[in-house]
Every structure is written in C-alpha cells, then in structure tokens.
Write a protein that binds this ligand. Sequence first.
Ligand code: HEM
Length: 427
Amino acid sequence: MIGSSRPRLIVLPRQPNVQPSPPPTAASEHQRTTMPPAHPIAAVTHPNPYPYYERLVAERPLYYDTELACWVVSSAAVVTAILTDPNCRVRPVAEPVPPSLSGSPAGELFRRLVRMTDGREHERLRPAIATALDTVTKPDSETTIQRWATTLLAGRDDDPSPGKFANYAMGLPVYVVGSLLGIADAHLGQIVPWVDDFTRCLTPKSTPEQVERGKDAAVQLTSLIRATCHDRESELPNGPLHSLAHALTSIEDNTEEAVIANGVGLLAQTYEATGGLIGNTLLALASRPELLQQVASDLERTRQLVHEVLRFDSPIQNTRRFVATDGAIAGQPVTAGEMVLIVLAAANRDPLANPNPERFAVQRSHRRLFTFGAGPHACPGAALASTIATIGVNQIIASGLDIGPLAGAVVYRPSANARVPILGFTK
Ligand code: HEM
C-alpha cells in the first residue's frame, strides 16, 4: 500500500558511461571550452553552446548539415513551422521501430508509445494520455513530490560527496511519477536503474551493450507496470493508469498493452529531462550565489528560476522529425526520408521570441519556451515537470545543503539531445 513502507536507500543509476580519457592539459581544456561545437549534436554536451546557437539563429536558421546528413532548424519561426507540419513525422515512415529493437519486447513497447506515433494512432492515444495526466490533481502531485523530496534527502547532510545531488536529481522525478502511477513504494528504488537502461537504448548511438540492457529493462518495467495495473490493492483506482485504460478501452484492440507501454513511456519521458532540469537549476544557483539569496526558499521565486533555466539552459536541446513525402519545409524543397534536427534550445535564444536572450532573468516577462516542443506532440507533462523541479530544488535550498561545490567545469551525460549534468563529477 502506498505510504506504508519508506525505502531508506535510493538505488542509483549506474555510473555514467564516460569514456576514460587522458587528463586534460591547460591548453586542451582552454580549447574545449572556447572552441564552438563542431555541430548541433556536439553542442548538446558542450560547456557553452549558446553563442553558437545564437549565431545559427541569426545566420543559418535552416541549413543542410553535411556532416550530420540532415536539415538543421533553429529560429523560433522555423522551429514552430516544422513542429506543426503534418509532413514532418516523429519516425521515418518506413521504420516505425529502430532496427536494433525490432522483434524484441522493447520494440513492441516502442511501437505503442504516444511519443513515437503519428496520424490516426497518435490522435487516438494523445487525448487518453492527456486525460490520464489530468487525473493527477495539483495538490496530489505537490504532496507526492514533497514526500519524496523529503525522503530522498533525509540523511544526505551526513554524506560529504557531491554525488549525492546527482542521485537526488535523477531519482526524484522517477519516484514521483512512479508513485503517481500507483507503483508500490517498495519497487520505486528498483525502477530508477531500469528506466536509466531503457532510455539509454533508445538513442541512434546506443551501443550493442546498451541496447541489450535496455531490452532487459523493458521486460522488467513492463512486468512491474502490468502487476500495478492488476493490483486490486492499488490506492489509485482513479489514477493515471486506470484512466488511461478507461479512455482506451473503446478505441484500442489491445488496451492493456497500450496502457503498459505508455506507463513505461511516462517514466522514460520524465527521467532524463526532469533530472536534467533539476541539475541545470542547481548549477545555475551554484554559479550565481547572489541568486541563492534572492530565491531563498521562496517557492514562487524558485518556480520563476526553474522557468528561466528551462529557457536559458534547457535539459532537452533538440528533437527530430522525418520528412514523409517530397515537399518543402519553410520554403526549402525536401525529399521523403530526410531528417530534420530541431534545435529547441536555439529557438529559446531567438531574440524575436525572447529579447536579450543571453540575459539570465529570473523575472523575465512573456518568456517563450520551446523546451517542451509545440504542436501535436508538445509535452503533456510540462506542468508536472516544472513542479517536480521547483519543489525538488526548493527542498535542497531549505535543507541548507552546500551546493557551492557543484560550480565548476561540468561534465554532461553522453547524449544527442539531453543536456543532463553529472552533478558532483567535474573536470
Ligand atoms: C523538464 C522536463 C521535460 C521536458 C524538457 C520535456 C520535453 C518534451 C518534448 C520537447 C517533447 C516533444 C518531443 C517532440 O515533439 O519531438 C515531449 C513529449 C512528451 N513528454 Fe515531455 N518533457 C519533460 C517532462 C515530461 C514529464 C514529467 C512527462 C510525463 C509525466 C512527459 C511526458 C511526455 C510525453 C508523453 C510526450 C509525448 C507527447 C506526444 O508525442 O504527443 N514529459 N516532452
């Protein structure tokens, strides 16, 4: 039963897959931090990609990148046009599932994700997911976030390692969403490494080992969510999974599989993005001590801070689309099958969307955010994600833990789209 057992230990994601490299010399470090990134994928984990993004917006808002072999779009106007263009799909038409996952349970799961479908399938799933997330009321989500933030921080002041912040930032979002889905407390610690493995197998650059781990994790997550759906003792008879099942019953042939896949999908969508948001907010605070004073532990100020971090140093930097049929995007002729890389983090820096974009302004008025996407696939978890980060960061400030040691040369998790700092792991 929810609330009956309080896990003491958070089971941590495996140490990040950072390749050992020779210690940097002062010259190589200077070059790494001052040279612009080679391309928009390298920008995701670059120490400071933002001057490069600002140049892309000003000089090349839509161009073909021969090295990446895809179109790259970056200005607010072109990004919005692509995200709302029905000819730009979330998957290549001929490849609904990545070949590396095809034929496996992970591939079956992938095929059913709202995030990975278009057209009629997406039109059926999307309202059901939105309704399911709406069953989580604001007071319910706030109580759950507060409960897990307190639990996961308990005893952390005895832990001198700055790595404790990484465990908290990456664990809290999964605990919260898992808990809201009705997963029993005792299982929440287990799912963090599974979600970590599953998300790592989804990227185009996943290694064979990551793909295999991800497939195993998909099996574990599927059986846990299936058990949660069948658990008559669940305290959330009207919670998101039940609501999703109810909404899909009349329209899906295989309701249960769609519910389970999208339950796993919600955990996966939450994990890196919200963990990255908490991490990037802590970095913003650590490198601007005066801000810490301003925000103190004021929840409303912390919320504004989180929103500015979403714009200024967004945890999701880009997303992709694939051209369905020959045509044109923003007036540019394109061919079926071509990929478009949509640099959301650059659109956030477009001065036509956000004047003086290089200014970090907690109280910015009329902030325009591209971080959660736009159009039919726009993130339905945006409000929940912001609230998890706001309460999560606020709880750290209130606990008095010293975040100062986090400032410095940051290392990011290897990723082609998520900017997620490995807190406490500096160069
Ligand atoms: C800071 C945290 C988050 C960020 C930055 C983020 C960002 C995004 C973006 C950019 C998309 C659209 C991708 C595209 O159009 O290609 C998206 C989709 C989605 N997100 Fe989030 N997300 C976050 C947290 C969450 C959370 C907490 C949930 C749910 C609990 C969630 C659920 C989803 C789902 C289900 C989709 C797919 C929607 C669809 O395809 O119709 N996200 N997210």
